[in-house]
Ligand binder design. Structure first.
Ligand code: WT7
Length: 640
């Protein structure tokens, strides 16, 4: 990135100190950084002691076959026991594990005792169906409690689960079932989305392959389903089981789950996570980054369980910590645009974890909507999934957090398993848009093309310099691809694929994928920077920027903008605004006003499609979009 552009972005100089009361009682203090730096493995060893081990480990880390790590070698534990049974044994069985809210308004309250019974019954059912340790189970479900129960039942018996997001198509589901050679698929007749039942079972019917012996179906919507010999109703098989099940310990490196990264190119990669190190880091980070007080907090992660955020921070982290969580089935605007805020008011949610794309959508809907609800229970706000632009950060802090509470911007990936870079709410003086520092026990740096750390005030490639407990162990069935994809750019360094910069204080600002950096007239400009500048204009609700091929400048910046408020917007004014913020070199050549942006189901903008539009080409494959109708409204607005 050009030094000029960089120093302009770093003009963002608002600072938010931690609230005094939170800081005084914070789970983690400043001293944690130094403690962990002095003895990293000792630090992680102490964090592993949050869990109940059946057999203690003899070695914290075996890195002799790098990059294939073994953590807590020799140790044995059961994840379901740690997430459920031990809380009941400690006398907390009456605590709510999940306040579940169905989209149509039906609710269920599930205590730790009830969760334990359900998980035991499901574990007995899986065993009856012939599923044993090491088998793979595909889970294709809506956001209902049985989804968490199914994951925990697999973990309990040592079957490796592969959760496939319920919005994925037949071919995506089939390729994942095939790659993992799943023996069982757990699904539902359907789930509720946008006010209507949305079927899942027909997709499974078309996606099952030879290895699948049974399909276990939860009845959620009651819609009609086709039925074959291999299909079984969950209520027929699970409900009649005993609620007693003795959890056997599994090796620390036993495969817990495979999760396929949606990757924009190539065959999806089955990221493998294992048992002891994974649970250690998700439990620690969930406790540290959200300052979790399990007795009093009500925590809500809005992510779908089909993504890694749902695995680590809706299921495993919160349950390992004995937290009370909200789980919501549906969309934020059903039946009205205040649904999320209504849920926060209803359950007195204290910690909210969501994504910048959702925050910007709520910004677009207007300040009046959250203002109607009592959000005063909130005390920590989290963000994940993409860089959070300063305007969205400040809106989140002000309009949702009442200007009183910290925002933690957490950087991590499917491959890292758990949070890696994030503020700590009782320690960090937050900067809007910055993920700040690696968490205690994590080592990261920003390097140039030759792997030299860049000085403060410069940008480069984000790398992780030491192994961490929840790191991916391999790509399922393809260890060579694991080495090649993540570990071969520079020896000994994990390259995350992201760009980042260090500011003058050495704090980290994430810039998104490096393939999203545009070379304009010899200057590196990141799409994130230009998007941030645009969203800094009062009339811009959301912006997506791409580099379109240009015979003169190499890349020319094209910006797609969603407008906020009433009346026409002067495109020239927006271009000038970017020029003033980042320097003339970053002025978009084209600014296109659109009603919506093409996004994947996980909320990532599909820049390839925007590039097609900007370069005046036929629009390519749009099947990965969350909403196919978006393309029509964009084309109509642009008259193409
Ligand atoms: C990519 C990983 C981590 C769970 C959700 C996404 C981007 C994620 C941030 C953040 C800037 C972020 C990165 C990363 N990303 N969080 N706080 N700031 N960028 O998981 O689908 O594996 O995507 O999401 O580009 O590499 P994922």
């Amino acid at each position: 990135m050009s030094q000029e552009a960089l120093s302009n972005l770093l003009r963002e100089n608002r600072r938010f100190a931690p609230p005094a009361d939170l800081a005084a009682q914070a789970n983690v203090k400043e001293s944690a950084y130094a403690e962990a730096a002095d003895d990293r493995l000792g630090f992680w060893s102490r964090q592993a002691e949050r869990l109940d081990w059946a057999t203690p480990w003899t070695q914290v880390l075996d890195w002799s076959n790098a990059p294939f790590a073994k953590w807590f070698v020799g140790g044995e534990l059961n994840i379901a026991y740690n997430c459920v049974d031990r809380h009941v044994e400690a006398g907390n069985g009456g605590r709510v594990a999940f306040h579940w809210e169905g989209e149509p308004g039906d609710t269920r309250t599930i205590t730790y005792t009830e969760l334990k019974d359900e998980v035991c019954k499901a574990a007995n059912a899986l065993t009856e169906l012939g599923v044993t340790k090491g088998d793979r189970v595909a889970i294709y479900m809506p956001m209902i409690p049985e989804t968490a129960v199914a994951m925990l039942a697999c973990a309990r018996i040592g079957a490796t689960h592969s959760v496939v997001f319920g919005g994925f198509s037949v071919s995506a589901l089939r390729s994942r079932i095939e790659d993992a050679q799943a023996k069982l698929v757990i699904t539902a007749d359907g789930g509720y989305r946008r006010g209507a039942p949305s079927a899942l079972k027909p997709t499974v019917d078309q996606a099952v392959t030879d290895t699948v012996e049974n399909v276990l179906v939860v009845r959620r919507t009651g819609q009609d389903v086709e039925w074959t010999d291999r299909d079984l109703w969950w209520h027929d098989v699970v409900d009649r089981q005993s609620a007693e099940h003795t959890a056997q310990p599994h090796e620390a490196e036993h495969p817990l789950f495979i999760l396929y990264t949606s990757g924009t190119t190539g065959k999806p990669k089955g990221i493998l996570h294992t048992t002891g190190g994974y649970l250690t880091q998700v439990a620690y980070t969930h406790w540290a980054v959200f300052d979790l007080k399990p007795e009093t907090d009500v925590y809500w992660c809005t992510a779908d369980v089909g993504w890694v955020t749902g695995h680590s921070y809706l299921v495993y982290g919160p349950l390992a910590n004995g937290a009370t969580s909200v789980m919501y089935e549906g969309t934020p605007d059903t039946p009205h645009k205040g649904r999320w805020w209504e849920i926060i008011e209803k359950y007195r949610v204290t910690v909210l974890y969501t994504a910048p794309t959702a925050i910007r959508t709520c910004m677009k809907w207007g300040d009046a909507i959250p203002a109607e609800f009592d959000l005063s229970s909130l005390r920590v706000l989290g963000s994940v999934g993409e860089p959070i632009n300063p305007e969205a950060y400040v809106w989140y802090r002000e309009r949702i957090g009442g200007g009183r509470i910290p925002v933690v911007d957490t950087w991590w990936q499917t491959e890292t398993g758990a949070m890696m870079i994030s503020p700590l709410p009782g320690v960090t003086h937050g900067k809007p848009g910055a993920a700040m520092r690696p968490l205690p026990g994590i080592s990261a740096d920003v390097v140039d093309g030759e792997a030299n750390p860049v000085p403060d005030g410069s940008g480069g490639f984000l790398v992780l310099t030491e192994p961490w407990p929840s790191m991916a162990r391999t790509i399922w069935g393809n260890p060579d691809r694991f080495v090649e994809t993540y570990w071969s750019r520079w020896p000994g360094l994990y390259f995350a694929g992201d760009g980042a910069k260090k500011d003058e204080d050495g704090d980290l600002w994430m810039l998104g994928r490096v393939d999203d950096v545009m070379l304009v007239s010899g200057h590196n400009i990141s799409t994130t920077e230009v998007e941030s500048a645009l969203v800094g204009h009062p009339r811009v609700a959301e912006a997506a920027v791409v580099g379109a091929n240009d015979p003169v400048t190499g890349k020319a910046i094209a910006a797609f903008v969603i407008v906020r408020g009433e009346g026409e917007v002067d495109v020239e004014e927006l271009r000038a605004h970017v020029g003033q913020t980042l320097g003339p070199i970053a002025k978009p050549k084209q600014v296109l006003i659109v009603p919506e942006l093409p996004k994947t189901r996980s909320g990532k903008i599909v820049r390839r499609i925007l590039q097609d539009i900007a370069e005046g080409r036929e629009i390519g494959d749009a099947t990965t979009l969350a909403d196919a109708g978006v393309m029509d409204s964009i084309k109509k607005a642009l008259d193409i």
